[in-house]
Design a protein around this ligand. Structure first.
Ligand code: SF4
Length: 461
């Protein structure tokens, strides 16, 4: 275990043993100090991972600081608005994901069950609700959610608002199904009205200059994210600990900040350095057993998923597009892929789906951003986006993690699989739960993954 992992592990154990809002606040106050962050940052093997961790700690620390105005937000909102309004965003469903990584999801989920939260509610929201009931999360001043993609936030956020007597500071933004002129107008008017109401209740004036600044930063982050994605079209060798499925907080919650720009700018430079090394053939990575030019890869017999996981077809790296999210507890899925020469070259959640925003039309731009999300409207929007990603990244296969309780994502799975099949791209639908390991059978997942790899491998023989 490296120094960064050791520090993370210590922090995790301390929080597990002191599951309390004030303790977390105090810990974050110490960890979030500039010199501590700089020292912590120096321990990371990968720049992308370092900037991700630093930006995450800064963002969560802000939300736990009682001096700030904290706003809960659901995932697909335009966070440029939060930053322009000087709100410290806190994303309960993303933090629900953190409960898995922190090893506390068992307790938060148990708490939610004991309070009668239905087990068919997605565990990101269920775990977040359990954390709320356990008084782990920061106290909000405002709660803003939308019905875009997910129907869970509007209900769980309302319960949170009731808990704190904040029903008049709860906003539900209605994202229309179609993306046309009248929808854009309707949504933009809501974003403006919510912003104006928050300003009124905070005793401030709506400052359009701040919106301009936030939107310019968002455009800058978007440019770097696009450039990083372009590099990944060719990249097969990644920095140690790089995990595209962990960047959901900066991609959404930090849009409109310099931190998001820093994360993606550094990601771009780091990945382009790796691509240069990959092209020159000079890359040496002790972790990966991929060898440029081929070579048989030895399977990991400790993966628990069967006796023979060797890739027998060739040394060619198989490129995978990953759909939806992943299990955030310890698991062997990615080891099995890695040890068999499979590389996740892109993730659906890293897809820049919106056009450049206009700083002079902040609310219209942000409405367009929301309506451009492939999960909004017809499933065909998502199908089109996935087919384009599969083509752009020239993938050999697609894996969709079918997270328990996510009706919107899983509901389109069959249509997506059939559409990919029409393009001769195999897809594996991997059933499981991103947070609740007791609701996923790892052995079954690994067996299915092996079966899928055999299908893909057979195409290269
Ligand atoms: S996984 Fe699906 S149901 Fe759960 S928070 Fe995300 S979009 Fe909503």
């Amino acid at each position: 275990m490296g120094i960064a992992e050791n520090i993370k592990q210590n922090l995790k154990v301390k929080i597990q043993n002191n599951l309390d809002r004030n303790y977390i606040r105090k810990t974050l106050r110490i960890v979030g100090k500039r010199p501590v962050l700089a020292a912590y940052g120096a321990t990371f093997a990968s720049k992308s991972d370092k900037y991700l961790n630093i930006a995450t700690i800064k963002s969560v620390s802000r939300a736990y600081n009682p001096k700030n105005t904290v706003a809960y937000g659901s995932l697909f909102l335009p966070y440029e608005m939060f930053h322009a309004l000087d709100l410290a965003p806190f994303l309960p469903e993303v933090m629900g994901g953190f409960t898995g990584g922190m090893g506390i999801a068992d307790r938060t989920l148990k708490e939610a069950s004991s309070r009668w939260y239905t087990p068919d509610l997605c565990t990101f929201h269920r775990s977040a609700s359990g954390a709320m009931e356990l008084d782990i999360f920061p106290i909000p001043n405002f709660l803003i959610c939308s019905n875009l993609a997910c129907d869970a936030a509007q209900k769980t956020f309302y319960m949170d608002a009731k808990k704190f007597g904040l029903e008049n500071r709860y906003y539900l933004i209605d994202a229309p199904y179609e993306k046309d002129e009248s929808s854009i107008k309707y949504l933009a008017a809501q974003l403006e009205a919510v912003s104006a109401d928050i300003c009124r209740k905070s005793g401030k004036k709506l400052d359009l200059g701040k919106f301009k600044k936030s939107i310019r930063l968002s455009n800058e982050f978007r440019q770097w994210a696009l450039k990083a994605s372009d590099i990944r079209k060719e990249l097969l060798m990644y920095p140690r600990n790089f995990d595209g499925l962990s960047f959901i907080l900066p991609f959404h919650g930090l849009a409109g900040t310099k931190d998001a720009v820093d994360v993606y700018k550094n990601m771009y430079f780091e990945l382009s350095g790796f691509l240069k090394k990959q092209k020159s053939g000079s890359f040496k990575d002790t972790r990966s057993r991929w060898r440029p030019g081929g070579g048989r890869i030895i399977g990991d017999n400790n993966n628990g998923g069967g006796s023979n996981s060797d890739n027998k077809s060739s040394g060619k790296v198989k490129k995978i597009l990953w759909l939806h999210l992943k299990p955030y507890y310890n698991n062997n899925i990615f080891n099995l892929l890695e040890n068999n020469n499979y590389k996740v070259v892109f993730e659906e959640i890293s897809h820049v789906y919106w056009p450049e925003l206009d700083p002079d039309k902040p609310f219209v731009s942000l409405a367009i951003k929301m309506l451009s999300h492939p999960l909004n409207g017809s499933v065909q929007n998502r199908v089109n986006a996935i087919l384009k990603m599969a083509k752009d990244f020239n993938v050999d296969g697609v894996i969709m993690f079918a997270h328990w309780g996510c009706r919107h994502s899983n509901g389109g799975a069959r249509i997506i699989k059939d559409s990919l099949k029409d393009q001769d791209i195999p897809m594996l639908l991997l059933d499981g739960d991103c947070l609740n390991k007791n609701n996923s059978s790892e052995g079954q997942m690994l067996t299915r993954l092996q079966g899928f790899m055999e299908i893909v491998d057979a195409r290269f023989q």
